[in-house]
Design a protein. Sequence first.
Length: 466
Amino acid sequence: ALPISSLCRARIAATMARAAAAGAMVGSVALASATGTAFTVAVPSAAASEDTATGQQRFLAARPNAARSAAGSSLDVAAGAVLAAAGLAAAAGLRRARRAGAAGAAAARSTVVPVGAPVGFGSSVPAPEQYFRDQLVACRAHLGDSSCPSLEETDEHMKELQAHAKQALAGAAAAMIFTTSMDAAVAYPIFAQQNYANPREYTGKLACANCHLAAKSIDVRLPQAVLPDTIFKTQIEVPAKYGKRRQPTADGTKAPMNVGAIAVMPEGWKLAPKDRLPKVLKKEMKGLAWSPYSKELPNIVVAGPVPGEIYETMVLPVLAPDPNTNDKVQFGKAVMYYGGNRGRGQVYPEGNQSNNNQFFASASGKVTSIDGLKVSIQTSSGETKVQELLPGADIVVQVGEQVNKDDPITTNPNVGGFGQEEKETILQDMNRVYAYCAIAFSIFIAQLTFVLKKKQFEKVQLAEGF
């Protein structure tokens, strides 16, 4: 019985090591995928040219989270090293388990027929059964209840292994999805959600205007009155020539403009649930996804960034509250604040400017040299000031040209802007409507009665000769 016990224990250890190695390999692949995709800009390749490396460094300096990205990259590299070490340890344990299994199989070959095939990645003998649970149950039958887990414990252990495998695969999928959409996510309105608990200030200005300095109008249309617990449509139009105009991206290349919107509604008003949306309204939304600003403020919703050519008119489905079930809501006028933006902002939340700006001369003097994105200006005192620009705009000055302080030295690459509008709607009570109809009908009957009585009196006067 001793050789069989050694063999089965070796099989159990091999099963554990094999699961651990698989989890470590999946985690390493997911981390490597996330690191390689998300921080490609932060770590320029050695084969890149000097100009490209310089441009990337400037891009990192222009971005507010450049230092954090580089730090996050080094931390993820360390985490990857830890996972790799865990994988190597699991592989070493698996190799020891395989040797122990082979030794146990050699000792038991003379007395007992082994259960299953020899354990190991490099085994040339095919295994008659590949399911770990069956192998553990078979080992339990040989070992007995005293030295091996029970059948229930074996099933519980297999469930834990499956749960860990699913978590590892889910983490890898989430890392891939996050890294593929990272460029689109690092934009409005995520900056406002991270830095402002409430996007509307006491003055009425929305937080979006702090970074999007250019002003352009929007058009908002919604019903004049709505009934409680009903879904109505709000249209937010963000007009621009999206087919012709292009905005500079973070590296200076031109790309189509994106749009985003925000709606600040009174307490109790919220985004309409998907299961209650009519098919016609779903079709008008064109797949646009709205989301609450935060868990604490479901009455504030945001959308974007999305392509402006498709979503020039953004449809927002709103669910009106019911004062009969919500004591905090009353019938009457409700004021709503809407904001719409097209294009990138001019200022990051940390206060440093983006490359979507027009640059001006920092001093008066003569332009002595233009080296890429560096413009050197020699002042009248002989001092040379080097002004470093960001990629995206075109330099409009030439060497030898005289400039004054605050004169534009680049074009204005910004083609977008932010707009804000205030609208009102009435949460109507049907009892008030019924009362108004009753009063209006009674007034109509009274007026009609007066007119008929007057006609009757005139006929009586004519008949009597008056």
